[in-house]
Design a protein around this ligand. Structure first.
Ligand SMILES: [Zn+2]
Ligand SMILES: [Zn+2]
Ligand SMILES: [Zn+2]
Length: 76
């Protein structure tokens, strides 16, 4: 569980939306999508992206967009 005072807004570096909100594809959907519909994924490198964003990215290259190491999903 996350307490109050989360670290400053973390952004998804693929769509540049806040990681706490939906990705750029889902943000226009009304009614708003839930976290389950637009989940966040973390890699073993500890970077986080929207699942939709990283999935699309990985179709082209299986590396982390930030550190360019090979991407493996970290189980949360
Ligand atoms: Zn995103
Ligand atoms: Zn999404
Ligand atoms: Zn990374």
């Amino acid at each position: 569980m996350e307490g109050p005072g989360e670290p400053e807004e973390e952004k998804c570096c693929i769509c540049f939306n806040r990681i706490t909100g939906p990705c750029s594809e889902c943000e226009d959907i009304i009614p708003a999508v839930t976290r389950e519909e637009c989940p966040v994924s973390r890699g073993v490198c500890n970077h986080r992206f929207h699942f939709h964003c990283i999935s699309r990215w990985l179709e082209e290259q299986n590396i982390c967009p930030l550190d360019r190491r090979s991407w493996t999903f970290e189980d949360v």
